[in-house]
Design a protein around this ligand. Structure first.
Ligand SMILES: Nc1ncnc2c1ncn2[C@@H]1O[C@H](COP(=O)(O)OP(=O)(O)O)[C@@H](O)[C@H]1O
Ligand SMILES: Cc1ncc(C[n+]2csc(CCOP(=O)(O)OP(=O)(O)O)c2C)c(N)n1
Ligand SMILES: [Mg+2]
Length: 316
């Protein structure tokens, strides 16, 4: 952290973006979480971003502030809940100097306001290792239970929000130094508008946010629900033109999409698509749920073998 102390950075850069009463001016060891009505479960998620694993050292610091919030908010929204409070841990290497930290907090503050999330505390340490950002975000469910991975029912339609593969293409573009909408999504993911939580809570049986890749997350839902998820590859709203099925498999296993994969009764499909459209969310049907426990991929009616690499896995 160089010549500036931990406490200076907290009061100079974090206090101004932690203005809620619950933050207690960042002068206490705990923060106060929003209180919720008794029939609205309080949920929490945690995601970590590691330099070299989730982002590049050269990524603009404000994008890191936005990304750490968005990857967590997307988990809360995709469970049919409204994001509420955040706790942030930052492990700072020497190279992440004061101007960078200030820009990081600028990006974070911007997105905290945009998503109406209150930063109520956290931790700041120095490290001889890479920059590590860890955040917990809490949420208030809109129904008596979160919309879990495990609720898919036989006969459900399978849908995704937005487009799939922007994360994969964005990593490729970022690596090659190409500026593109995909590279911008890689750094600051487009996540569904907040209304997705209402749509999921009103209509969905199961949902998951697509961080590891469409195929991997479909497997997660299928396993948790003990059902077969059947996807028609040609109906997926790919983020860019796909010349072949192999191309689709790449975009479907790259990850970093942060859109929602959901299952819902066929009878609710039209109203869900209409509700989503009025919130500016594109919802596309890409398959259905059947009895069984295997992922089934098809392209124009022909079976596509499930790839060996299903999505992003740490340690591989
Ligand atoms: N270190 C840990 N301690 C406790 N639970 C964990 C830990 N890491 C992951 N989990 C739990 O394992 C499940 C899967 O985690 P993960 O794949 O990271 O989910 P997601 O893709 O939604 O972030 C979640 O329920 C998460 O809370
Ligand atoms: C520098 C860099 N290399 C590769 C990737 C691709 N990548 C890294 S982690 C990941 C998946 C999501 O991260 P994870 O920690 O598994 O999130 P979670 O599933 O817990 O939400 C992807 C697609 C990246 N984002 N940045
Ligand atoms: Mg996680």
């Amino acid at each position: 952290m160089g010549p500036v102390s931990e406490f200076d950075w907290i009061s100079k850069y974090l206090k101004p973006i932690a203005t809620s009463e619950g933050a207690m001016s960042l002068e206490n060891d705990v923060g106060i979480l929003a209180s919720l009505p008794p029939d609205r479960p309080l949920i929490a998620t945690m995601d970590t971003l590691v330099e070299g694993v989730h982002f590049f050292r050269g990524d603009p610091p404000e994008t890191l502030g936005k990304k750490i919030l968005r990857v967590n908010v997307s988990d809360i929204l995709c469970n049919g809940a409204v994001p509420k409070d955040a706790l942030l841990s930052v492990a700072l290497p020497d190279w992440f100097d004061e101007p960078r930290f200030e820009r990081f907090c600028g990006g974070l503050g911007h997105d905290l306001a945009q998503w109406n999330v209150k930063l109520v505390g956290g931790d700041l340490v120095s490290t001889p290792g890479p920059l590590v950002l860890t955040m917990t975000v809490t949420g208030s469910c809109l129904s008596p239970n979160p919309v879990a991975r495990s609720g898919a029912m036989v006969g459900d339609a399978v849908c995704v929000s937005g487009t799939i593969g922007a994360g994969y293409q964005g990593l490729d573009d970022a690596k090659a130094g190409r500026d593109s909408p995909f590279a911008r999504h890689f750094r600051v993911p487009d996540i569904p508008a907040p209304e997705i939580a209402e749509i999921l809570s009103a209509h969905a049986n199961a949902a998951i946010d697509i961080s590891d890749g469409l195929i991997a997350e479909a497997i997660h839902v299928g396993r948790a629900s003990r059902k077969a998820i059947c996807l028609d590859m040609e109906t997926v709203p790919w983020a860019r033109n796909c010349a072949s099925v192999a191309d689709m498999i790449e975009l479907g296993t790259g990850g970093d999409d942060y859109q929602v994969l959901m299952t819902l009764p066929e009878s609710k499909l039209d109203i869900a698509i209409k509700d989503a459209a009025s919130a500016g969310i594109r919802l596309t049907r890409i398959g259905h749920v059947a009895a069984g426990d295997e992922l089934q991929l098809k392209h124009r009616g022909k079976i596509v073998p499930v790839p060996a690499k299903l999505g992003f896995v740490h340690g591989n």
